[in-house]
Design a protein around this ligand. Structure first.
Ligand code: NAD
Length: 337
């Protein structure tokens, strides 16, 4: 069993903990938190051993009556792999601790690419993470773009990608984020930084991205145009994408007209937290004209990177190849509607 520690138990960390626990070949050693808030209380209820991430805050846990299993260094030492799911920039501060205990670490998309040996997306470059000490599971947006580009690149070749990312202002629990009543070009300059981030996975890809921020919390929405090298038609591309386990081509009959119904569908399907682990591609939008593919896809920012974190654990420990790992992850979580 691969022993996994999770440092940072927020939006991504709590989902990673549940996903790791669901795997047949992994165990959660424990989770580290900075404060005894509602998420800490839930971690205890779920029997995840809780470690203090910051020594000076141990007394806050004592005051809240929460028993700690120890301090984060002990968690790191006891783990075969640590998944760092702390806020952007904190992962970089934690790197020396992982090195001290010689524990391979996975970081999230909020960290810089140059912090790590490899940026990771399971479908696109699983093998590159073999035996790496520091791996970054790329952001929700880069994960969503990479999953789509990989099969197109394999099957048809890709000349150029143009994508406009309409990004949610914040996650549902992020009460301080916005905009509340505005539509922002963000960044206002073109191209946005998202294209170069995709280049950490596909170094030779020609991609330009534009970013926006809108008053929504449910998902990001991508408007995408891909110039393909070899001829394809709409139905061929639809069949190709439908074969990918982490791409959900929404059938027209479901009448899912936006992210609201998509999330409702996920909740009705019994998904934990209403999570949508797959890229949700609107089937009616999928159109090929003169070798140019157009589509809209929704990316559930809180959950699409979760299966990728699980696969990255197997990739760095070299305990399974890509196909076996993705299949095991998908089966254990229930990926695929
Ligand atoms: P979050 O704020 O929801 O959770 C972070 C957790 O880490 C919190 O529980 C916080 O208390 C804890 N923490 C803070 N300082 C810490 C420290 N020094 N040691 C240990 N824990 C500490 O953040 P999040 O949304 O889960 O984001 C985590 C990472 O994942 C970031 O790099 C982010 O860019 C990336 N990411 C976020 C999303 C998203 O939509 N939320 C999507 C993809 C990737």
């Amino acid at each position: 069993m691969i022993q996994v520690g999770i440092n940072g138990y927020g939006t991504i960390g709590k989902r990673v903990a549940d996903a790791v626990r669901a795997q047949p070949d992994m165990e959660v050693v424990g989770v580290a938190k900075t404060s005894p808030n509602f998420e800490a209380e839930q971690a205890v209820k779920k029997d995840f051993p809780l470690y203090a991430a910051v020594e000076e805050r141990i007394e806050l846990f004592d005051e809240a009556g929460i028993d700690l299993a120890g301090e984060v260094e002990e968690l790191v030492e006891a783990s075969d792999v640590v998944v760092d799911t702390t806020p952007s920039g904190i992962g970089a501060q934690n790197k020396s601790m992982y090195e001290e205990y010689d524990t391979p670490a996975l970081y999230q998309g909020g960290e810089d690419a140059d912090l790590v040996d490899v940026s990771f997306n399971a479908r696109s470059n699983y093998e590159e993470a073999a035996d790496a000490d520091h791996v970054r599971v790329v952001s929700c947006n880069t994960t969503g773009l990479s999953r789509l580009i990989a099969p197109l690149e394999d099957e048809y070749g890709v000349e150029k990608v143009r994508a406009t990312l309409v990004r949610r202002g914040g996650d549902p629990a992020q009460s301080g984020r916005g905009p509340i009543n505005d539509t922002l070009p963000d960044p206002i300059t073109v191209p946005s930084h998202h294209g170069p981030d995709v280049n950490t996975i596909f170094p030779d890809l020609d991609i330009d991205t534009l970013g926006m921020k809108v008053p929504a919390t449910l998902t990001h929405t991508h408007s995408i145009n891909v110039e393909l090298t070899y001829g394809a038609d709409t139905e061929e591309v639809r069949e190709l994408l439908k074969k990918e386990s982490r791409l959900f081509v929404i059938p027209e009959r479901l009448a899912i007209d936006g992210s609201g119904k998509l999330k409702e569908f996920a909740l009705d399907s019994g998904r934990p937290r209403g999570d949508v682990w797959e890229n949700a591609i609107w089937g009616e939008s999928l159109t090929v004209e003169d070798d140019e593919l157009y589509l809209f896809q929704a990316i559930h920012q809180e959950s699409d990177v979760i299966p990728e974190n699980v696969d990255a654990i197997r990739a760095v420990t070299e305990s399974a190849d890509r196909k076996e790992s993705m299949e095991t992850t998908d089966e254990a979580l229930g990926v695929g509607f």
